[in-house]
Each structure stands twice: as C-alpha cells, then as structure tokens.
Design a protein. Structure first.
Length: 162
C-alpha cells in the first residue's frame, strides 16, 4: 500500500517543485519593484527583436524603466508602437516608462515593448538570454529573458499570476 501511494505522491511532489522553481525563475525584485516574465521573441528576419515583461511597484514613489542590456544585442530599448497612415511605427520612449505606486505595467509587442537592438547572434526558442533592466531609481537589475516563438504575444509559460 505504501509503495502504491508513493508512486502517486512522489511524481506530484516533483511536478509541484518544478512549477515552483519555474515561477521563481521568472520573478525578480529590486526595492519596491517586482519584475515578472521577461521575454523576447525570435526575430523575424531582422536585426531586432521585440519582447516584454510585467513590473509591479508596491512602493510609495514612482520609478521609470529606462532600457537595459542583453547578451548578443547592442542594447535593449523601451519602444512604443503607433499607427500612422496605415503603417505601424516603433519609436523609443523618451524618459522611459513610468511605473506609478500601486501600478502594474505590462510591456509586449504591439504597444509599449522592449526592443533588442542590433542582435549579434541568433535566438532560439526555449533558451534564456542574460541581461539587465535599467531603472531610474532602482538601478540595474540582472534578469534572464526567455526566448519565445516569433509570433508570441506573451510568454508561453505565463501562469496568469498578475
């Protein structure tokens, strides 16, 4: 009976441990900021790739995401997509994106997003890219960006924690 029970309990325990460590690997803290699910798309035939994340500010003062770095890219910029005359245009966000106290800001392609500029190496779906995020007040925060499919709109393993 005990060995029969162990055959169910052990796999379930291991599965929960895997989910738990996955969730922890996707969350970073910097002062009053919590950064979740940093990711980047496999680029579609260009030297740049879009990505996103979510940032929650539990503090009493605003902060600003200014940009960052990623291994294999010249820099990571915060961009905004706008539609003018039937064409989409992406431009850097001057002064960064404000994260107000009590607010969660989500960045993803199609609106405010991260742009990995001048990639020097290819990205493969499923790998992780070492990088940093630069905040006005919280400073430099090391993160890992998960590489998603070229058509991704959000991380594939997004667990709806927001």
């Amino acid at each position: 009976m005990l060995s029969h029970l162990c055959s169910y309990v052990l796999p379930a325990t291991l599965a929960l441990a895997s989910v738990s460590s996955l969730a922890q690997a996707l969350e970073y803290k910097a002062g009053s900021l919590t950064i979740t699910d940093p990711w980047v798309r496999v680029p579609q035939g260009s030297a740049q790739a879009g990505g996103g994340l979510a940032i929650t500010n539990t503090g009493s003062a605003p902060d600003y995401l200014l940009g960052g770095t990623a291994s294999g890219a010249t820099r990571v910029e915060v961009h905004m997509t706008s539609h003018e005359g039937g064409t989409a245009q992406m431009r850097p966000v001057e002064g960064g994106v404000e994260i107000k106290p009590g607010e969660t800001v989500r960045l993803a392609p199609g609106g405010r997003h991260l742009m990995f500029v001048e990639l020097k190496q290819s990205l493969s779906e499923g790998e992780q890219v070492e990088g940093t995020l630069q905040f006005k007040n919280a400073g430099t925060v090391p993160v890992k960006f998960e590489v998603q499919a070229a058509t991704a709109r959000a991380p594939a393993n997004h667990m709806n924690r927001h």
